[in-house]
Design a protein around this ligand. Structure first.
Ligand code: ZN
Length: 588
């Protein structure tokens, strides 16, 4: 806890009773299904919720004692209320227009998007966020494995597409393994906070590790194990390859099973076919394992049989605790030929320097890119990406404008980052995290916006990764003022928290918030609209029909943006450093 000053302790004691009742009874903590989460976050967070809620109500008092000029609550309200859907729509219409061509990285649409963002942020008095530039260069590379890849284990050759897919993150034309010994490493997890290490006492140099997907909590449904059914980052396939690389393995093969992966084999096959994007690095990604791949569960069963092991038994054992075992004499020979292509794209970064602590930043993020134009299509060829993510990009401008309208600049700097190549695997944000313009230690928090609600107001705010950090308490306090409650991730097992740009911030230890209007409509009219609109929105996700529509209702998006604005105001004026919860895998 970093909120422990004498002043705050006093406020805390004075207002404890008044605020405790409000917050405790009306927000997340009253919901039975989050009992587990309460346990996870612990009492410190609960008291933080009380503090935040209370500090927010006393901001007028603190403005009298502060050295620098503070905004009154009326001034903050005026900015808050200036966020509106009319302007949001204007920005969305431009960004999602056919002229912008679906905003593919390194396209003419990128040039137009960056130009538009620069104009807009200059007009509201923001400064370049990267020295004297609004841009951060992101060198991209695509690696496409040819279909004649080979995998041979124990004398048998396996078929590309039906049995396996292989690839490499190394920026090299040939990736090859010869007779690399196989070791089964269970879930492939090294998680000190859960006292779990599948690589314990194991040297995997030169070897190929075979790994289960998801994590032991999902496998056992035991709420005491990891986070039970909800996926931790240790369950994501990206983590499996990263950890295998850290351990020094030569190859890493994940066993696909539909339930724990949350998608079928065809998704693995399709997404691993065609170019895979990465960003250029001087070391050519040589710190990654040479070969990354998947096999399906039939192949896995066969391999375990050959090794004199039983797949189901080994799987059950792996869910009980740290586990690894040699797969007998089995070894893998793998050849992958790659075609390498390079291009340049950009992250956009603008800042409003803080008046007291300019070196400390709150970063709002959204990806500006989408899927571009597909000339092989008949008729409509443009993936306009109106919801995904012209809305989030437009929201950056709107929230920034609200900050620019405050008569007194906030104490800390407010920075807006529009990242590229999210659709290619969060590349712009990952590149930023690897090359942060603002040091991670000086970044107070990240608030990410991806695909705003266009279907009206919600009674609840859905938080992806609920319970990860104390940012939840800021959100809870702000939501209470809108008479809204906090709800959790609607699909916890799918690991959405690890699938948008805030995750890159989390991975370098910066508390990151990803939230949006939830599933409960505010009123009957909204429920009716959703009955009509939601099937269309679902069908158009990543489709050619993700275009601006006159029947969108952006009042819910406006409420969400107001929440994010309010959290930014709180964070910029209190000297608070929100913390990760004790068991978070991102604790810094
Ligand atoms: Zn998106």
């Amino acid at each position: 806890m970093t909120l422990g000053s004498t002043l705050l302790a006093l406020i805390y004691r004075q207002l404890l009773v008044r605020c405790y009742e409000n917050i405790y009874t009306s927000a997340i903590f009253s919901q039975n299904k989050y009992n587990n989460m309460i346990k996870k976050i612990g009492f410190s967070l609960l008291s933080a919720a009380v503090l935040v809620g209370c500090v927010a109500t006393t901001s007028d008092d603190s403005s009298k004692t502060s050295a620098s000029a503070r905004n009154t609550s009326q001034e903050i309200s005026a900015s808050y209320n200036s966020i509106n859907s009319a302007q949001l729509i204007e920005h969305v219409k431009v960004l999602a227009s056919d002229e912008f061509g679906g905003r593919a990285p390194s396209s003419e649409g990128e040039r137009l998007t960056l130009e538009y963002l620069t104009e807009q942020f200059k007009a509201i008095g923001f400064e370049p966020g990267n020295g004297d530039s609004f841009l951060q260069e992101v060198p991209l590379v695509s690696i496409e494995a040819s279909n004649d890849m080979t995998l041979a284990i124990g004398g048998k050759k396996y078929q590309h597409g039906t049995d396996m897919v292989m690839g490499s993150s190394r920026i090299m034309e040939l990736s090859k393994l010869e007779k690399s010994e196989l070791v089964f490493v269970g879930y492939g997890v090294n998680a000190p906070e859960y006292n779990w290490n599948d690589y314990k006492d194991l040297d995997v140099k030169g070897k190929t590790v075979v790994i289960l997907v998801n994590d032991p909590g999902f496998a056992t449904k035991d709420p005491e194990l990891f986070t039970g059914n909800a996926m931790t980052y240790y369950g994501r396939w990206t983590y499996k390859y990263e950890e295998a690389s850290r351990q020094g393995a030569e190859g890493a093969i994940i066993i696909h099973e539909t339930a724990p992966a949350s998608y079928g084999w065809s998704v693995v096959k399709n997404s691993w076919t065609g170019p895979q994007f990465s960003f250029q690095r001087d070391d050519l990604n040589k710190d990654r394992v040479a070969v990354e791949g998947w096999i399906n569960s039939d192949v896995a069963t066969e391999l375990f049989d050959k090794a004199g092991l039983n797949f189901e038994q080994m799987k059950a054992r792996a869910a009980k605790g740290s586990f690894n075992i040699d797969m007998g004499d089995l070894d893998a020979s793998i050849t992958v030929k790659n075609t390498i292509k390079k291009s340049i794209s950009y992250n956009f970064i603008a800042t409003l320097p803080g008046q007291a602590k300019a070196d400390e930043h709150i970063i709002y993020s959204a990806h500006w890119d989408h899927l571009g134009t597909d000339l092989t299509k008949k008729g409509d060829q443009i993936y306009n990406g109106a919801v995904d993510n012209a809305t989030g990009t437009a929201a950056l401008i709107e929230v920034a404008e609200a900050f620019s309208k405050l008569p007194n600049t906030p104490e800390r700097s407010i920075t807006f980052l529009a990242v590229t190549a999210e659709e290619q695997g969060l590349l712009g944000s990952k590149f930023y995290a690897a090359n942060p313009v603002i040091p991670a230690a000086k970044t107070v928090a990240n608030i990410n916006m991806d695909a705003l609600n266009v279907n009206g107001r919600s009674k609840d705010v859905a938080v992806y990764g609920l319970g990860q950090s104390e940012l939840d308490t800021f959100l809870t306090a702000a939501a209470l003022k809108q008479n809204r409650i906090i709800s959790g991730d609607p699909r916890p097992a799918a690991g959405i928290y690890y699938r948008s740009d805030h995750f890159a911030f989390a991975s370098i230890g910066i508390p990151a918030l990803y939230a949006k209007g939830g599933k409960t409509p505010a009123d009957q009219a909204t429920a009716d609209l959703r009955a009509k609109l939601d099937p269309i929105l679902g069908k158009c996700y990543h489709g050619l029909c993700d275009e601006y529509r006159d029947d969108w209702d952006l009042t819910g998006a406006v409420e969400d943006m107001q929440l994010f604005f309010e959290i930014g105001v709180e964070l910029s004026n209190e000297g608070v450093w929100p913390q990760w919860s004790k068991t978070s895998e991102f604790k810094r």
